[in-house]
Design a protein around this ligand. Structure first.
Ligand SMILES: [Fe+2]
Length: 236
């Protein structure tokens, strides 16, 4: 017998050249932003994420210029691998923020619903045996779940967890690595079991049609923001 696997989820990664050179400056900038952000809004067992603490535009901060240029370059390479014609689209960084994950902290399950592509860059990852907090990809499609719910935790129907029925896959972080994946892909970050800080950056990217004759003619491709118009009327 044999089993073929179809429709793979593409998780792009690149270990960035010069990561070490930029590490110290990036950590310093992130910790300064954490210090100056809004008062802490989430639970102590959750990592500090800039987006809910008033720090969600690091792409406009010159201290992050190197990594922003890398996000742009790697995203274009990722899209080329997916077969996207870069001549027909424009790309925007929509939001970007740091994450500081201390020992015992994690990030709950979510997806980045306002974006098309998500990128993560690991500035610091604690070394050693303990899991410093892995990126957990959650399978929302469950294409092999022949009866809906068959693999849920309330059943003991499955004799083993394997690549065909696993509901999640853990991706261990690597210092200096950038990861890119579809923003709609649901994910979480497991607990930082190490004794040290994990520091990363998150970027949300939007893909639109390039201005021109075809811009706005496809319901699957957002028209260029220059063609949008804010409501001129108010009922308030
Ligand atoms: Fe995320």
């Amino acid at each position: 017998m044999a089993i073929e696997t179809l429709f793979p989820l593409a998780i792009y990664y690149e270990d960035l050249f010069e990561a070490e050179t930029h590490q110290e400056g990036l950590v310093k900038a992130v910790l300064e932003l954490e210090e100056s952000g809004f008062e802490r809004r989430n639970y102590p067992e959750m990592a500090w994420t800039g987006d809910i603490h008033g720090v969600q535009q690091i792409h406009r901060d010159p201290r992050f210029a190197w990594v922003v240029a890398q996000v742009e370059m790697q995203t274009m390479l990722y899209l080329q691998e997916l077969g996207v014609d870069l001549e027909q689209v424009d790309l925007y960084i929509q939001r970007s923020w740091p994450i500081v994950c201390r020992p015992g902290q994690e990030v709950g399950a979510h997806c980045h619903n306002t974006a098309h592509i998500s990128a993560v860059y690991y500035i610091v990852v604690p070394a050693g045996e303990a899991d410093p907090g892995s990126l957990i990809f959650l399978d929302g499609l469950r294409v092999n779940e022949v009866c809906p719910g068959l693999g849920s935790e309330n059943t003991d129907i499955l004799t083993e967890i394997n690549g065909f029925n696993q509901l999640e896959a853990a991706y261990a972080p690597v210092e200096g690595r950038m990861i890119i994946f579809p923003a709609k892909q649901r994910h979480a970050v497991s607990r930082n079991e190490s004794e040290d800080l994990r520091v990363s950056l998150s970027f949300d990217i939007i893909l639109t049609a390039k201005p021109g004759l075809a811009a706005g003619s496809h319901e699957f491709l957002t028209p260029p923001p220059a063609q949008w118009q804010a409501f001129q009327t108010s009922i308030l």
